[in-house]
Every structure is written in C-alpha cells, then in structure tokens.
Design a protein around this ligand. Structure first.
Ligand SMILES: Cc1cc2nc3c(=O)[nH]c(=O)nc-3n(C[C@H](O)[C@H](O)[C@H](O)COP(=O)(O)O)c2cc1C
Length: 187
C-alpha cells in the first residue's frame, strides 16, 4: 500500500522530525508498504477558491494527486492559535470528499504547550471523520520539552508511543484492504 506521510505546515521542523520517526517505525514493522513523506514547505500553495482544477498551479495539482493515489496517511500538524495551520485546512478543502474515504489515518502533532493536544480531538479528528477516514484511536502529541536543542526527540515515552502508533496504523492499513473504495467522480 502507498502511505503518504504529510507534514502539514510550511514553517517549523518538529513535525517533520516526528514523521521521519514514524516512517522508521512503520518500516521496522512491515516492509509491505511504500512510504512517502511530503512537506508542505516544498509546495507553492494557492487558496482554494472554487476555480477549475486545471487553473491551479502544478504543485496544487500534484498535492491532490498524491492524496488521491495514497492508500493511507500519517498527518503531522503543529498547533497554531489553538488550531491546525491554515495551509493544512486549505489542502483538505482542495480534496474531493471521497479522497480519503475508508483509508487509515494516524495523527501526530506538536505544540508549544501541553494543553493543546485537545486540538486533535476537537478540530482535526472531526475533519477526518467528515472524510470518513479510519482514524486510529491513538495519536501522538509532542511538546517542546520532548526535543533537545537539535530537535531530536529525547523523550523515550514519545518513542514508545510512536512505535505503538505505527503498530496500530499497520493493523488499520491491513483492515482497510477489505473495504471497498468508491471511485472519485470529478467530472
Ligand atoms: C503562529 C503560531 C501560533 C502558535 N500557536 C500555538 C498554540 O496555540 N498552541 C501551542 O501549543 N503552540 C502554538 N505555537 C507553537 C507551535 O505549535 C510550535 O512552535 C511548533 O509546533 C514548534 O515547531 P518548530 O520548533 O519546529 O517550529 C504557535 C506557533 C506559531 C508560529
């Protein structure tokens, strides 16, 4: 299966560091999957404003095709102003509602405070529920103190939770194989 690991921010580095770890831990468990990290910082984003698809730039079209071709996702987000970054919501707005339907998703997030893990519960999960994703029950929220000054994850409990997330995600990926995916009709 093709798994897309999405770094849903154009600033910062910690979400990318977490994604690299998740990728390692999934690969330790299973060699069956093709894993690709995409970093929103490497894309030129445009506001989704309802124009026809072919009027968006190449990066936006590439972004949507990567989401459509993937069979599962790890979504990484920082917390900005008690929410997800606008660029991540903009990307979700760009997707056809069936793009991620019945596909497994795990979430990793990083914030400057301990308190904002509930952003995942209250804001990101409802969006993924709208898309009818198979969201794993566990997600990993990290905070500045879990990293050293070089942005290496130094908290062993975080590593354990990321390993557990990878284990459950791989099970969800297996489970999703039996679910019929409806084709996307974009015409
Ligand atoms: C514009 C902005 C708003 C932020 N708002 C929050 C917030 O509401 N809650 C929080 O926990 N952290 C907040 N942060 C902190 C970021 O989540 C944190 O800096 C980031 O995840 C750390 O990644 P980095 O060190 O790789 O930049 C904010 C950061 C920025 C830049």
């Amino acid at each position: 299966m093709k798994i897309l690991l999405v770094d849903g921010t154009i600033i910062g580095t910690k979400t990318s560091v977490i994604l690299e770890k998740v990728k390692d831990y999934i690969e330790e468990i299973s060699t069956e999957h093709t894993l690709e990290i995409i970093r929103f910082a490497n894309y030129e984003h445009q506001f989704v404003d309802g124009r026809p698809m072919d009027q968006y730039n190449d990066d936006m079209q590439l972004l949507v095709s990567k989401f459509e071709q993937a069979d599962g996702y790890i979504i990484a987000t920082p917390i900005f102003q008690g929410s997800i970054p606008g660029v991540l919501k903009n990307a979700f707005d760009f997707l056809h509602p069936k793009t991620m339907r019945y596909k497994p998703v795990s979430i990793v997030a990083n914030g400057g405070t301990y308190q904002h893990h509930l952003v995942i519960e209250n804001q990101l999960k409802p969006i993924l529920d709208y898309f009818r994703c198979l969201v794993t029950p566990n997600y990993v929220y990290t905070q500045t103190s879990h990293f050293d000054e070089n942005n290496i994850i130094v908290d062993e409990d975080v590593h354990n939770r990321l390993r557990e997330l990878a284990r459950v995600f791989v099970q969800y990926a297996e489970m999703s194989k039996g679910l019929c995916k409806e084709p996307i009709d974009t015409h």
